[in-house]
Design a protein around this ligand. Structure first.
Ligand code: BV8
Ligand code: ZN
Length: 255
């Protein structure tokens, strides 16, 4: 295991990137950090400082405190709409356009990969911009936000069945969309190079993908300023921020 990002590593990875037939990428919150979107492990700020995201992103939290969970997502939805893709998102678009086959698997719900122009995109955990009914499942493209005064302490309701609306994301203990997970596992099994960018690699089943890729013969490259469980088996670790490493990697592969 090479220890950390060095010029040598990036050159070797660039050679593999240039020669790859099928490049897959798995991203987590770290790739959006440089756009100003807090990662899951960043300390929550403001109203949410006292809550652990893993507690809020659950069906139990929504059942117990629907308005708190609805408001947390409303705030994150507004932030996602305000920020823009960063150099890392854009470097992945450039790579997608250069390689024969490409798949971008993201755990992020912020929609920044799509806004950057990524095409072959698999959103494993949904998308915070989408809202659906917690009862009948119908999508909702508009709703009445409750009065800011907090007088109405409930989330908006579905106009069809009256159940609460909820963000169209996958909470903990909820199953991932079958088609997205199947497509991600296919890509992991078929790719010859997997870049794992900005994830703590602890949440399953997404965190199982790098192992699946390597078992099927892919070269696995971690891009992260910190080490993660991947360090035990990744072929390379490009140590650094995605906004620096990914553009440098694309430049090194296609000068
Ligand atoms: C499932 C959407 C099965 C919501 C997310 C009991 C019952 C069922 C399942 C379980 C159970 N107990 C445990 C499980 C499994 C559970 C799990 O894995 N838990 C963990 C805690 C162990 N998984 C699930 O529950 C999944 N569902 O298994 O269902 C099932 C099957 C059939 C029927 C019923 C059930 C669902 C998991 C999905 C949860 N939803 N997000 C929302 O966003 O609000 S998860 C969320 O956290 C993210 O999407 C991501 O997946 C995960 C981790 O976040 P990361 O993206 O990795 O970000 P993090 O902050 O952790 O790390 C950031 C990284 O970036 C760091 O490494 C940092 O160093 C790095 N970084 C920082 N800056 C930069 C950078 N890197 C590069 N550049 C930088 N500048
Ligand atoms: Zn409904």
């Amino acid at each position: 295991m090479d220890d950390g990002y060095g010029a040598g590593d990036i050159g070797s990875v660039a050679d593999r990137l240039r020669a790859a037939k099928f490049v897959a990428v798995l991203t987590g919150a770290g790739i959006s950090a440089e756009s100003g979107v807090p990662t899951f492990r960043d300390a929550q700020s403001g109203l949410w400082a006292r809550f652990d995201p893993r507690e809020l992103a659950t069906p139990a939290a929504f059942a117990g405190h629907p308005k708190r969970v609805w408001d947390w997502y409303a705030e994150r939805r507004a932030l996602a709409a305000r920020v823009v893709p960063n150099a890392a998102h854009l470097a992945l678009v450039a790579i997608e356009r250069r390689v024969p086959r490409f798949a971008l698997i993201t755990q992020n719900v912020d929609g920044l990969h799509a806004r950057a122009g990524s095409r072959a995109l698999i959103e494993l955990h949904g998308n915070i911009a989408r809202v659906r009914c917690s009862g009948c499942g119908r999508p909702a493209d508009r709703w009445e936000e409750a009065a800011a005064t907090g007088a109405d302490v409930l989330p908006p309701r579905c106009i069809h069945c009256g159940a609460f609306l909820r963000p169209d994301v996958v909470w903990f203990e909820e199953p991932l969309p079958q088609d997205a997970l199947a497509a991600a596992e296919d890509a992991a099994r078929q790719c010859d190079l997997l870049l794992v960018v900005g994830t703590s690699a602890e949440v399953y089943p997404a965190a199982a993908l790098p192992r699946q890729a390597q078992a099927a013969g892919a070269c696995v490259v971690e891009i992260n300023p910190q080490d993660t469980p991947l360090r035990a088996y990744a072929d390379f670790w490009l140590r650094g921020r995605a906004g620096e490493v990914l553009p440098a990697l694309a430049r090194a592969a296609w000068p």
